[in-house]
Design a protein around this ligand. Structure first.
Ligand SMILES: Cc1cc2nc3c(=O)[nH]c(=O)nc-3n(C[C@H](O)[C@H](O)[C@H](O)COP(=O)(O)OP(=O)(O)OC[C@H]3O[C@@H](n4cnc5c(N)ncnc54)[C@H](O)[C@@H]3O)c2cc1C
Length: 399
């Protein structure tokens, strides 16, 4: 590396859950780290359903007070409300207090020695020099580091310097409270139909009288707001309910061609579009990538060689590309299906006993083992309309 004067070893743009996790790893290794976030309070507003596979405990610290609920199953609803119920004996997912979790992870990064500068908006970056320009109140500051990590979410300004503008799905979520204690707090409900495909509507219970009800799709906010209000109004469980709050956010679309490393810079989390195409979930994969990035950056700094940063892209591709491509194909297949095809698929899945296979092999974060199992048992060929046969088998062969 050059012998320029650097203010920090690493600048982390964005103190969201993924940026904070990365910063904590680097501070634990005794590197000089600063986190810059444009917000004045970490974690707000809430922009997440907060549902995470229990694998999160293997990937990051998760104190029990952050877990609001544990769910062990899901009801999947077709357009005409044919349902499949899949469940595990033990908790399959945690529902988190996402605001508290973001703040917890941020505090942990600070406790380990990271500096956190709130109200600091990064508006430009020189990726070769490792320099970022920051606006804080009315001042402009320049900060320089050996490595820049951009974990600034879907609207990352650094990514745009070497990637096209990322495509995103809009997402909308309500916090709903019912008068009665009638919700089944152990199961989430997922509703699909061709109007919102490849997105879906989710109902995630916080307890027996409150739920997060949301959706993502290719539609705009106003259309989704209409669809979701209509859904709540017509759903018996929410007959006497109140919408306490509405939230709006963006989910980046995974792009297999996205470049994740340039000069002294690495993209991480939503900024890198590291999001599961089928669920829109970004936390688990983001936590895994934060660890990979920290190991690669440590090696680059220890060897004084920024070329080593390119290992990050290689390791990411090796670990995730195949699963993410399978999920992209599942997403594309769903998007092609009309309501009657979706209905017919649900009925056939039920008849073929797929609920048991999904319960045993299904994993909300990794769908390729389930597809493999369904191809092996032949179920996939009997439930999908004929036109999808070749497409599904070809995509499986190619991964
Ligand atoms: C409605 C909705 C529901 C979701 N549900 C789930 C779910 O159930 N499970 C799941 O795993 N994932 C879910 N996700 C996705 C998940 O929320 C994201 O993948 C996750 O927040 C990504 O974390 P991050 O740290 O990369 O980015 P973010 O959480 O977006 O954090 C980015 C941070 O960077 C800061 N920042 C941005 N630009 C700048 C700048 N120029 N200068 C300084 N700071 C900047 C922001 O203020 C922010 O604090 C959902 C998303 C939405 C929208």
């Amino acid at each position: 590396m050059t012998h320029d004067k650097f203010d920090y070893d690493v600048i982390v743009v964005g103190g969201g859950p993924i940026g904070s996790t990365f910063a904590r790893y680097m501070a634990e290794k005794n590197y000089k780290v600063v986190i810059l976030d444009k917000k004045t309070k970490i974690g707000v507003p809430l922009q997440c359903a907060g549902l995470l596979g229990t694998k999160v405990k293997e990937l990051n610290i998760l104190p029990s007070h952050i877990i609001i609920n544990k769910v062990n199953g899901a009801f999947l609803h077709s357009p005409s409300n044919h349902t499949l119920h899949v469940s595990k004996k033990e908790a399959a997912a945690y529902l988190l207090d996402r605001v508290a979790y973001d703040q917890f992870l941020s505090q942990k990064a600070v406790d380990q020695g990271s500096e956190l500068l709130l109200g600091h908006k990064v508006f430009d970056a020189d990726l070769k020099k490792g320099e970022v320009k920051v606006k804080y109140k009315n001042q402009i500051k320049k900060l320089k580091s050996k490595v820049i990590i951009d974990a600034g979410g879907h609207s990352s300004i650094v990514s745009r310097q070497f990637n096209p503008q990322p495509k995103t799905f809009e997402a909308i979520q309500y916090m709903v409270k019912t008068d009665q204690t009638i919700l089944d707090s152990e199961n989430v409900h997922l509703h699909v139909n061709s109007k919102i495909s490849p997105g879906f509507i989710w109902v995630i219970p916080l307890n027996d009288s409150m739920a997060r009800i949301g959706m993502f799709s290719r539609l705009d906010y106003i259309k989704m707001d209409n669809i979701l209000s209509d859904f709540v109004e017509k759903n018996e469980a929410f007959e006497k309910s109140k919408i306490l709050k509405k939230y709006h956010g963006y989910i980046p679309q995974y792009d297999p061609k996205k470049k994740l490393v340039k000069d002294r810079t690495i993209l991480l989390g939503d900024a890198a579009s590291q999001v599961k195409p089928t669920t829109g979930g970004g936390l688990l994969i983001g936590f895994e990538c934060a660890k990979i990035a920290a190991d690669v950056v440590e090696k680059a700094l220890a060897n004084d060689d920024i070329e080593i940063l390119t290992d990050y892209q290689r390791i990411f591709n090796k670990k995730f590309k195949s699963e993410l491509n399978v999920q992209l194909q599942i997403q594309k297949t769903f998007e092609l299906m009309q309501d009657r095809e979706l209905d017919s698929m649900f009925l056939k899945l039920k008849k073929e006993g797929a609920e048991q296979i999904i319960s045993e092999c299904g994993d909300m974060d990794s769908q390729s083992p389930l597809i493999k199992e369904m191809i092996k048992s032949g179920i996939i060929f009997s439930v999908l309309p004929k036109i999808f046969f070749r497409r599904i088998t070809n995509l499986w062969k190619s991964t």
